[in-house]
Design a binder for this molecule. Structure first.
Ligand code: 13P
Ligand code: SF4
Length: 321
């Protein structure tokens, strides 16, 4: 059955809670229990998918949860690089991705060959890879990072000069926080955050002058300049929850906006117009989660040599924070 998308006030979409949706959600929960599976969801997932999850988080918290879960199977409601990271941390578990088309526009911007060439251009410098890369690229890296721990990871290295891939904007944000280091960035970015322009933020700010601007570090430096607070998806959630402010302009993907609205109905959350949607995250739908669990479809598999080297980069990151 196809999803029915209904536009709401700021361009985000939610699926109406029909009896059929409720039946499907109950079916998924029962299947997960029967199969000793845990359902992990990224915050950018559709709201109705988040609702059937055991755990919702940002990339770092999802990695931690994947590493510690006692369940034998993980259904990863997110994108391919996230499911791969879960597999790297839980190699003996069955990790399933509801739709293999759930890739990542940023991860596609660097291949293993390109990572090797980048290193060859700067012999002796360590390569820090954002987790938003495929396992082959992680295997070519010294250490990984997420948007939460990027500055801590770079600070943990003894080198003054460091290579950073693929996100030039996250790398630039870390550079601003660590002026004693020289960060040489790959020319990658997130196509979803790339559409956020300073003029759009200023227009919203004019409409809501009391609103605090909370931004993800995948936004351009010109956009980050306008932010009151820059943080990962979970960091934005925590900040908005604890803040005494009543209004916020959220500069990241629509899923986070929906979740904030659901958690804090007494606060007001605005996006820019149009609200950015990550098309890859939205490949995951309830029907695919059910089919994936039923048939144990789309297991993540990583060749052993890549697994060993990529895992080392992820484990080094986990040891930092
Ligand atoms: P977080 O680690 O902040 O959840 O970011 C993941 C991501 O893909 C953002 O585009
Ligand atoms: Fe990749 Fe950007 Fe989508 Fe995150 S929001 S999964 S970085 S394309």
């Amino acid at each position: 059955m196809a999803a029915i998308a209904m536009p709401v006030d700021d361009g985000t979409t939610v699926r109406p809670k029909t009896p059929e949706v409720e039946r499907l959600q109950a079916h998924i929960r029962a299947l997960a229990k029967a199969k000793n599976a845990v359902i992990l969801s990224h915050i950018y997932q559709r709201l109705e998918v988040q609702e059937v999850s055991d755990f919702i988080g940002d990339s770092l918290n999802l990695s931690r949860e994947a590493a510690r879960t006692q369940a034998g199977k993980i259904v990863f409601c997110g994108v391919h690089f996230m499911a791969e990271t879960a597999k790297l941390l839980s190699p003996n578990k069955l990790v399933l991705l509801p739709d293999m088309k759930a890739g990542c526009g940023m991860a596609d911007m660097i291949t293993a060959d390109q990572a090797r060439a980048f290193r060859a251009q700067y012999p002796g410098l360590p390569l820090v890879s954002y987790v938003n890369t495929y396992a082959e690229v992680k295997a070519e890296s010294d250490i990984c990072c997420t948007s939460t721990n990027a500055a801590d990871v770079v600070r943990s290295l003894p080198n003054r000069e460091i290579l950073f891939a693929p996100d030039k904007y996250l790398g630039g944000w870390v550079q601003k926080r660590l002026p004693d280091r020289k960060i040489i960035c790959w020319n990658g970015y997130c196509p979803t955050h790339f559409v956020i322009q300073p003029s759009m933020v200023l227009a919203r700010k004019q409409q809501h002058p009391d609103a605090l601007v909370l931004a993800h570090p995948e936004c351009s430096p010109e956009v980050l300049e306008l932010a009151d607070h820059v943080a990962s998806t979970q960091g934005i959630m925590d900040y908005a929850g604890k803040s005494d402010a009543r209004e916020f302009i959220i500069l990241t993907e629509a899923g986070l906006l929906l979740r904030l609205k659901a958690l804090h109905p007494h606060k007001r959350f605005y996006s820019i117009a149009p609200c950015p949607h990550c098309p890859y995250m939205k490949f995951v739908e309830l029907e695919k989660v059910a089919a994936c669990l039923e048939g144990e479809l789309n297991p993540i598999e990583i060749p052993t040599d890549i697994m060993i080297r990529a895992r080392r980069s992820i484990e080094r990151m986990m040891a930092v924070r």
